[in-house]
Design a protein around this ligand. Structure first.
Ligand code: ADP
Ligand code: MG
Length: 345
């Protein structure tokens, strides 16, 4: 190590990954794609590829056990990994689970965690095939790797978006973030006075979106049935703005997103306003929705038109035209990612 000291927040999460891995070159012919997409792509036969993706959840960073039941945590940890396989248009088949746990947790707590993992394995039809277990000095860490499969001609990378393609998002956005605000508020109330019961009435949908997100395996199926192959796809873990920028950067294109097209549930909007938050900002930057964002060629528009699971929110432009968020008055604001940056307080 040199004398020099560079703070992590100078690079940010993506800058750090790029910096640390820039000197690695793939040498195996089976490695079709390594770092840089939702999952790595390995060639396993003439027509099929294997997909591999890893995600880690850390206590105090990604979850708070004061309001996150361990059963839900187990379920969520599987769902977010399956979501990355969906983002490649693939089907998850196996997972490995690694945990580091402090002696603060009794066996019963870990049974709860594994109950949630078990439920998710049944719902997503994946086999638990291994993992690792370690003690930790403090807190709980859970890291899951999902392994999936996709036909080679069906793989959707982040890099395939073309000028004039339509930008499509599934489900609705911002709910998980606003749900988190409700949970955080009730945590504060509880910390001040543990005798007050949490007031979660009327927030059931958005709280469920935070505590029990689902991977959109149904969308992968719908796309196949509709005979639509997205030109690019990514899942929304860090917020729409951040994910659109990933697609634009990988595909070397620009985009226009229209704020009035953003799909936002009524409960999300009402609660956001209660918290003095702009619902559109929550949809753009909230994160943890685990919906899919994809681009399709205009010729496929008729196939998805009117589909209740999919909303066209904008289109792809030439790279030189820039990346913009257009508001109701037609004002264009340059897109910046304000998703989670784990190295900032
Ligand atoms: P996602 O949000 O889809 O989970 P990430 O933003 O976590 O993806 O990761 C982006 C890419 O960087 C992925 O290809 C991932 O495998 C890779 N990556 C992340 N962290 C590391 C690391 N520490 N070393 C090598 N590759 C990494
Ligand atoms: Mg992803």
């Amino acid at each position: 190590m040199s004398e020099q000291r560079t703070e992590l927040d100078k690079l940010g999460e993506f800058g750090l990954i790029e910096h640390l891995t820039k000197n690695f070159k793939n040498t195996q012919s089976s490695t079709r794609l390594g770092i840089g997409d939702d999952a790595a792509v390995l060639s396993i036969s003439k027509s099929q590829s294997q997909l591999i993706s890893t995600d880690m959840l850390i206590e105090g960073v990604h979850f708070n056990l004061m309001y996150m039941p361990l059963k839900h945590l187990g379920y969520k940890a599987v769902a977010v990994n399956v979501s990355d396989i969906c983002a490649m248009n693939g089907v998850a088949e196996q997972i490995t689970v690694s945990i580091a746990v402090s002696n603060r947790f009794p066996v019963e707590a870990l049974e709860e965690l594994y109950d949630g993992i078990h439920t998710a394995c049944k719902v997503y039809n994946v086999d638990l095939i291994g993992g690792d277990t370690s003690s930790s000095l403090s807190g709980l860490t859970i890291s899951i790797t999902a392994i999936g499969r996709v036909k080679k001609d069906a793989i959707t990378y982040r890099s395939g978006a073309k000028e004039h393609d339509l930008l499509v998002v599934t489900g609705d956005l911002g709910a998980a973030y606003v749900g988190l605000q409700v949970l955080e508020r009730e945590k504060e109330v509880y910390n001040t006075n543990p005798n007050i019961q949490p007031d979660l009435d009327g927030h059931d949908y958005i709280i469920e979106r935070q505590l029990k997100p689902e991977a959109r395996v149904d969308v992968v199926k719908f796309l196949k049935e509709l005979d639509v192959k997205p030109t690019a796809m990514i899942d929304i873990s860090d917020g729409l703005a951040s994910e659109v920028l990933h697609i634009c950067k990988s595909s070397k294109v620009g985009c226009h997103i229209y704020d009035e097209k953003l799909p936002i549930d009524g409960q999300t909007s009402m609660t956001a306003i209660e918290f003095n938050l702009d619902p559109n900002t929550c949809a753009m930057n909230g994160g943890e929705d685990y919906e899919l964002l994809f681009t399709i060629s205009q010729s496929d528009y008729e196939k998805i038109k009117g589909n209740p699971h999919m909303t066209v929110i904008g289109h792809i432009t030439d790279e030189k035209a820039g990346r913009y968020y257009v508001d109701k008055n037609g004002a264009a604001i340059e897109l910046t990612a304000q998703g989670w940056n784990h190295f900032e307080d």
